[in-house]
Design a protein. Sequence first.
Length: 276
Amino acid sequence: MARVVVKPASERKVKSKSKKVSSKKVIKPPTPHRSSIRPPKLDPKQIPNHVAIVMDGNGRWAKQRGLSRTAGHEAGELALVDIVHGAIEIGVKELSVYAFSTENWRRSPEEVKFLMGFNRQVIHDRRDELNDLGVKIRWVGREKKLWSSVISELNEAQALTKNNKVLTLNMCINYGGQAEILDAATAIAKDVLRKKLKPDSLNEKSFAKYLYAPQMSDVDLFLRSSGEQRTSNFLMWQSAYAEMVFLDVLWPDADRRTLWKAIEIYAERERRFGKA
C-alpha cells in the first residue's frame, strides 16, 4: 500500500476564493431642487431628446443690480448646474449650451479675458460633479484663437467623462453656426481635391460628418432666455426642425423650472417635419 504523506498545515497551499470586485461605476442621482418641486409628468415621447440653450441675459441681470457684467456671468454658472440636474430628472439625453461664441471675441479685452478664465475654471471645478452624475462632457467649437489652457481643461473633462451615458453636455466654446458650416465646406473641398470624395455623392448625411461633432443629434427644443427672439448663430444646421421657445427670464434667474416650463410648451407643439 502506498504511503500517504500529509504535509503540516503551515506547508499546505490553501486556495482562497477571491470575490470579484465590481468595477461598475456608481452614478449619483441629481440633487432635488431646493423647493422640492418635481418635474412635470409627461409622456416620454413628449420629452425632447436634445435641448439647445442660448444662455442670455447675464449682463442685463448684473446691470439691474448695479454689478459688473462679470458678476452676471458668475451668477449664471449656478443656473447652468441646476438645469443640468433638472435635465437629468426629466429625461433629456443631450444638452447643448452656448458658452462662448466666435462673435464674443469682439467684446472688450477685459471681458474676453474674464470669460476665457471663467470657462476654464468652471470646467475644472464642475467636471467631477458632472462625472459623478454620469454626464459626458463634449467640447464643440473651433480650436483657433481659443486659449490653450481652456482646451487643456476641455480635453481632460472629455477624457474623464467619455464613458458616461446619462446625459451628454455639449459645451459650445468658440462656436459659431456659420463658422461650423464654413469649416465643414472647406474640409469637403479639400477631400474633393484629394479625390477622397465625389461631389455628386454628397448629401445631408455625409455633409454632417464634417461638422464639429458628427455624433450630435438634431436639436428638438431650442431655448433662449432673456426674452430675445433670435438664434444668434447657434447650431444652425442641427436646429433645422427644432421647436423654438423664448422665455422672458434673465439667465442667472433661470433654473430647472425654466427648462421644465419650456419642455411643457414643447410638449404641446405638433412637429410635422415638412408633412401636411
